[in-house]
Ligand binder design. Structure first.
Ligand SMILES: Nc1ncnc2c1ncn2[C@@H]1O[C@H](COP(=O)(O)OP(=O)(O)OP(=O)(O)O)[C@@H](O)[C@H]1O
Ligand SMILES: [Mg+2]
Length: 136
């Protein structure tokens, strides 16, 4: 498996628990590994993003402001729409019994939300699954 990192400079700081953030990164990267049983590319990216209300506006649940965006992307098998719609549900798993508890992404969701951020699964143009989350 190939690991690619693209880490932004001078990103500033986010207010979040260090241990919880390690857990977030771990849960996302383990999922990425599981999605690539025959190898592939894991990409971890950080960057700054300023969300402005702008003419088109933001969706009602998103607050304008400065965000640090952490993206974990893999080149694995991806997800169908039914799976995608349930990924943050506690105990939702498509893995064999004994393999997954379905709590990984529910935990990610909880941590990010608690830190005043947002997390969303996103399919990239190359149809690679990706989880991107923005966190204050
Ligand atoms: N990177 C990914 N590529 C494809 N499918 C994914 C990816 N990440 C998550 N999924 C899907 O979302 C489901 C839920 O993920 P989640 O991390 O919550 O649980 P899990 O990995 O099944 O079990 P656990 O994390 O508790 O060991 C997975 O079973 C899988 O179907
Ligand atoms: Mg998992």
């Amino acid at each position: 498996m190939k690991l690619v990192t693209s880490l932004g400079d001078g990103l500033g700081q986010v207010m979040a628990d260090e241990g919880q953030m390690q857990q977030v990164l771990m849960n996302l990267t383990v999922n990425a590994r599981d999605a690539m049983p025959r190898g592939g590319t894991l990409t971890i990216e950080t960057r700054h993003e300023r969300l402005d209300a702008g003419p088109a506006g933001l969706d009602p649940e998103t607050q304008p402001g400065d965000y640090l965006v952490l993206t974990v992307r893999d080149s694995g098998h991806g997800m169908d729409a039914a799976t995608l719609s349930r990924v943050f549900e506690p105990f939702f798993t498509t893995k064999e019994p004994g393999k997954g508890t379905g709590l990984g992404l529910a935990t990610v969701y909880g941590v990010v939300k608690q830190s005043g951020g947002y997390v969303r699964p996103r399919a990239s143009p190359a149809r690679e699954p990706a989880f991107a989350f923005t966190c204050r």
